[in-house]
Design a protein around this ligand. Structure first.
Ligand SMILES: [Zn+2]
Length: 197
């Protein structure tokens, strides 16, 4: 994994891994808390988390597109996202970052109005989230089923941020406990029957 500083130094609308990694840092509150003069706060993070969830719904609906009536649902989900984005006002700015031997170009959105640095950050995160939809990997971005931290999975069905969380989940989950207990009971009777023969 690239270092956080490296990720933040450039224009990073590139590969989805990079987008996923930056979004995870942001959503977990692990990015620098201070952006210019403004402080990032929980409501910023919640807004991006909400956007991610809505984009996931949209992503799920797009695969449903052949089904009758799903276009209306899709349009509705899209409208909700655009209403969500209405909170931002921005101007485009061309940025060039030297990545030897060439320059890398990007059109950034720079927020205007109240708290411009915070809002620019939000816009950047929104663009990264859309990048994940574009590359078909928005569903890889999720919260760990055990500790609730955000993760960007190596595959769509990854549920846990680390092996420890997976172990804890299976140790503590009641359904899992029941399954283990049932299995142990079944196994006990099976062995008992076999021994009785
Ligand atoms: Zn976890």
């Amino acid at each position: 994994m690239q270092k956080k500083e490296e990720l933040l130094s450039g224009l990073t609308y590139g590969p989805s891994e990079e987008a996923g990694t930056i979004l995870v840092l942001y959503l977990n509150g692990d990015l620098e808390s201070s952006v210019g003069d403004d402080e990032l706060d929980d409501s910023d993070i919640e807004a991006i988390a909400e956007l991610v969830e809505r984009l996931k719904e949209l992503d799920a609906l797009q695969h449903d597109a052949e089904r009758r009536g799903s276009e209306a649902k899709f349009d509705n989900a899209l409208t909700l996202i655009n209403e969500h984005l209405n909170r931002y006002t921005a101007t485009p700015r061309l940025e060039a970052v030297r990545k030897l031997p060439v320059w890398e170009w990007g059109l950034c959105l720079v927020a205007k109005g109240k708290k411009p640095s915070r809002q620019s950050y939000q816009l950047w995160m929104s663009q990264l989230a859309v990048e994940l939809v574009r590359s078909g990997r928005i569903s890889y971005l999720k919260q760990c089923a055990q500790c609730g931290k955000w993760l960007f999975g190596l595959f769509a069905h990854q549920k846990f941020c680390k092996a420890y969380c997976k172990q804890q989940f299976h140790r503590l989950n009641p359904a899992d406990k029941k399954r283990r207990a049932d299995w142990a009971r079944k196994d006990y009777w099976k062995r008992k029957r076999m021994n009785a023969r």
